[in-house]
Design a binder for this molecule. Sequence first.
Ligand SMILES: Cc1cc2nc3c(=O)[nH]c(=O)nc-3n(C[C@H](O)[C@H](O)[C@H](O)COP(=O)(O)OP(=O)(O)OC[C@H]3O[C@@H](n4cnc5c(N)ncnc54)[C@H](O)[C@@H]3O)c2cc1C
Length: 387
Amino acid sequence: MLDYYGVEADLSEEERMIQESAREFVDEKVRPDIGEHWIEGTFPKDLIPEMGEMGFYAPNLEGYGSPNVSEKAYGILMQELEACDSGLRSMASVQGALVMYPIHAYGSEKQKEHWLPKLGSGEAVGCFGLTEPEHGSNPTAMETRAEEADEGYVLNGSKTWITNSPIADVAIVWARDRTDPDTPVRGFLVETDRDGVSTNKIDEKLSLRASITGEIGLNDVYVPEENLLPGVEGMGGPLGCLTQARYGIAWGAVGAARDAFETARDYATDREQFGGPIARFQLQQDKLAEMATQITLAQLLAHRLADLKERGDMRPQHVSMAKRNNVRMARNQSRIAREILGGNGITADYSPMRHMANLETVYTYEGTHDIHTLILGEDLTGFAAYE
Ligand SMILES: Cc1cc2nc3c(=O)[nH]c(=O)nc-3n(C[C@H](O)[C@H](O)[C@H](O)COP(=O)(O)OP(=O)(O)OC[C@H]3O[C@@H](n4cnc5c(N)ncnc54)[C@H](O)[C@@H]3O)c2cc1C
C-alpha cells in the first residue's frame, strides 16, 4: 500500500492493529460485493452489527462501551473504510461522529446510557437531520421548528439528504425552538416510529449509491422533554458534530484515492499495449507520479491534523483546510486512475470510477468545497464572504 514517506512506521501498536483489522474486515466482508451493492443502490445492512462488534462506530469516545482509541486510530479507520467505498465510511461517520458524538457531548446521562451502547454495537441505527429542502449550505436559516407542549415539544418541518434516515431507529433533529424569544437551534432525539415521522428514501442517486439516503418529514411530532439534548443551544451544536465528521472525511478521502492509485498501478503493470506493459510509457508514469505525490501530501495533512486534535489544538478551520484539500485531491486523482484503466475503467469491476462518482457527494456534503473556501477565506482575511 502506498505510504511513500513511511508515516505509518510511526503508528502505535493499537493504531496498527486497528488498521489491520479494518483492512481484513473490508477485504473479506465488503470488497467482494461492494460493486454489486453500488450498482443495486443498496447498503450491506447485515454488516451493521458486525461493524459495531469491530468497534467502527466512534471508538474515539470515552465510556459507555467505547474504547477511547487515539484520534489517529480513528482517522486510520476512516481511511481503511473509505478505501473500500465512501458509502461504508459514511455509515460509520454518521453513526459515530454525527449521532453518538452529540449524544456523548450534549446528551443527558439517561440519553447516554440508553443510546450510546445500542448505537456503538449497531443494535440501533441513527441519522443526523440538519439539511432542509431550502437550506443546505446555510442551515442557520432552517425552518424546522419546535414548540413547547405538554412537558415536551411538538416538531414540524422537513429534512432532506439524510444518510440512513430510511433505516434509522433514531434521528438527531436540529430545529428552532419557537417558544424561546431568541428561537435558538436545539437538538432533539426523535425515534423514527413516533407518530408523524416519515422517512422516504431518495432513489436514483448517481453517487454514493452503496448508502441509503432519505428525507425526514415531521408532522406534529411530539417528543417528551427528556428527548431534548440539554447540553447545547445554537448552531454550535450541529457545527460541533460536523467538525468531528469532517475530520474523518479528511482521512477517508486519502483511502479512496489510495485505492484508486493501487488499482491503476496494478493495472498499468499488467496491461500490455504496443508490445509491453503500459506502465513503461512516460505518460502513464507522469500520472502515477502525480497521484502518489498528491496522495502523500494529503496523507501528511491528515496525520498532522490528528496530532493537533490529539493535543487539543485543532480548530474547525484546520479541519476545513484538510477536508477541502483531501476531497478535491481524491476527486481529481480517482479520475486520473480511471483514465489509466481505459475502457475497463468505466465498469464496476474496478474501483476508480465508483470512487470518482462517490466523491462528488463527499465534495458536496459536510460543507461544500466552496463553503470551506469561504471558511478559510474568513479565517485568513477577517472578512466573511458568505453573503
Ligand atoms: C448523498 C448525500 C448524503 C447527505 N447526508 C446528509 C446527512 O446525513 N445529514 C444532513 O443534514 N445533510 C446531508 N447531506 C446534505 C449536504 O450536507 C448538502 O447537500 C450540502 O450541505 C449542500 O447543500 P445543498 O445541496 O442544499 O446545496 P446549496 O447550499 O444549494 O449549494 C448549491 C451550490 O451553491 C454553492 N454555494 C452555496 N452558498 C454559497 C456561497 N455563500 N458562496 C458561494 N457558493 C455558494 C455551493 O457550494 C454549491 O455548489 C447529504 C448530501 C448528499 C448528497
